[in-house]
Design a protein around this ligand. Structure first.
Ligand SMILES: C[S@@+](CC[C@H](N)C(=O)[O-])C[C@H]1O[C@@H](n2cnc3c(N)ncnc32)[C@H](O)[C@@H]1O
Length: 197
């Protein structure tokens, strides 16, 4: 994800639904001139994230803040770029979140969204579905000692729009130069849009 980010020189990047700040750390590694604001509405995730940021000595470049992607307490055009990894699938109000991304980005700012998907290739897709729908949920639930976490993952991926439909949603939020990059045969995808200058 971090490698796909482009911005000129110094930049302030928003990593929404940052969780334990994994993406924020990667962005700082790949872009030595960038600073990142990681936002999440879970204090527990941010606590783990802050520990990680301190241990990597990135406190001066990553600021983690409690907040909700549906309504960000920042002024219009505040960020040079924005990312969200494996977060938007869990938010029902996608349209509102995409509109917030558009509002808080500067004109020309890049949005990257990473999400799970099913491979487009028929054979790979069928094999992956077998793993994803039949093998992974009970096995994952057993290993994580829950009866919902991995069932929810499979259900939420199936409940998400198709890649092309989601890209259209990004377009409807006002982004242009739309694109999709497939990762690992399409089991994850990075969606790209630019806020028109
Ligand atoms: C699967 S985790 C992904 C974390 C991180 N982006 C990563 O890739 O490791 C999803 C995160 O989204 C956060 N989240 C869900 N809805 C949110 C919202 N409306 N505003 C902010 N964070 C949200 C959750 O608290 C959780 O930390």
């Amino acid at each position: 994800m971090a490698q796909c980010l482009t911005f000129p020189g110094e930049a302030l990047v928003l990593d929404m639904a940052t969780g334990t700040a994994e993406v924020a750390v990667e962005i700082c590694k790949y872009h030595p001139q960038a600073k990142v604001v990681g936002v999440d509405f879970s204090p527990e995730m941010l606590k783990m994230g802050r520990k990680k940021v301190r241990s990597r000595r990135m406190d001066s470049r990553i600021h983690l803040s409690l907040g909700d992607g549906r309504q960000l307490p920042v002024k219009d055009g505040y960020f040079d770029a924005a990312t969200i990894a494996f977060g938007i699938r869990n938010i029902e109000e996608r349209e509102q979140v995409l509109a917030e991304f558009h509002r808080v980005l500067k004109p020309g700012g890049q949005l990257l969204v990473m999400e799970f998907d099913i491979p487009d290739d028929l054979l790979l897709g069928t094999i992956y579905r077998l793993y994803f729908d039949v093998i992974m949920p009970p096995l994952g639930n057993l290993l994580s000692r829950t009866n919902y976490a991995y069932s929810y993952l499979a259900d939420s991926v199936h409940g998400f729009p198709t890649a092309n439909d989601f890209l259209k949603e990004i377009g409807r939020a006002g982004f242009t130069s739309l694109g999709i990059k497939k990762l690992t045969y399409g089991i994850a995808k990075i969606f790209r849009g630019i806020k028109s200058a």
